[in-house]
Design a protein around this ligand. Sequence first.
Ligand code: AMP
Ligand code: MG
Length: 354
Amino acid sequence: MKTEIIKIDPDNITPSLSDIKRAAEILKSGGLVVFPTETVYGLGGDATNPASAEKIFSAKGRPKDNPLIIHIENAEDAALYAKTTPLYYRLAEKFMPGPLTVILESKDTVPYQTRGGLETVAVRCPENPVARAFISLAGVAVAAPSANLSGSPSPTNASHVIDDMYGRVDVIIDGGECDFGLESTIVKIENENTVTLLRPGKITLDELSLVCNVNVASAVVSELKAGEIALSPGMKYRHYAPASPVRLLDGERDDVLKYVKEQGNNKFAILVYSEDKDYFAKQLPSASLYELGSIKNESAQAHELFKILRDADKESFDVIYAPLPKAEGIGLALYNRLIRAAAHTIVNLRAANT
Ligand code: AMP
Ligand code: MG
């Protein structure tokens, strides 16, 4: 398949509206269009067209029971596709447009193929101006999972998308770097007072708790137990994983240094906080170091994480070491992505000290 790449400046989209309109028409006629959002790039198809959903699953190599999030222009448009409730509108008022996905009971306008056979549908109203213009010109909800091949990290810039999707989609809209860099926060409405957090993201537990009660699905922070039913089909699959094994180290930098030295790996990488970069460069000159960002700036770390995992994956390391983030605030999203990338391998270096 021939893939067209359209470059757009997200700060000045007016000169590109005719290009965006052309991409929207391709989507409406059953084509696939990758577009930028504030979280990660999305692989878009017409959410009301079962054939588009089939094409998305096959372009990604994604299991067909893993449902797609539908993207709408305005929060109120959810009522066209789902049974909205007062709690939905309370969440929408505070967090939409923005990086929050809400799971609601579906209407028949969304075919079962789009929602992976479920009775519910995931709805999101993105904030990125290119995404908004694209959805508006399409005039229909856009079903879009992350625009990566199934199993690799979500793409946060157009070159990641080109690596994974060139030749598999009709159009790639290049709108530069995604602002946040990790996927949206997902909540499921349980009743009018309570949601369950299924995937942590930029909208934090504390922010959600200002609106309603929030339960946290156990799979957010730990491995799904044998026989446990996944609340979100995506939880069943090993996501965001580079080919090299990732090991999470829970300890201070001296403990990390000691542990890594003891392992005696040949070709290895360490994800380091900016504050620790010189320390590791001096102590472990043979390590490949990837700078996550300041230990104090979790948004900066979120922005870098998937890019680093992709870059590191090109090197086929024996092992990639990463610090275990604190599972709080935006750190909870980093923690959730890293435990998956590491297939839940956490080395506790703190216990040794006590
Ligand atoms: P992605 O497509 O990579 O953005 O991931 C979307 C995530 O949302 C996956 O983990 C899906 O399993 C989850 N999801 C989408 N729709 C639903 C739904 N109706 N119920 C539960 N989880 C959903
Ligand atoms: Mg994904």
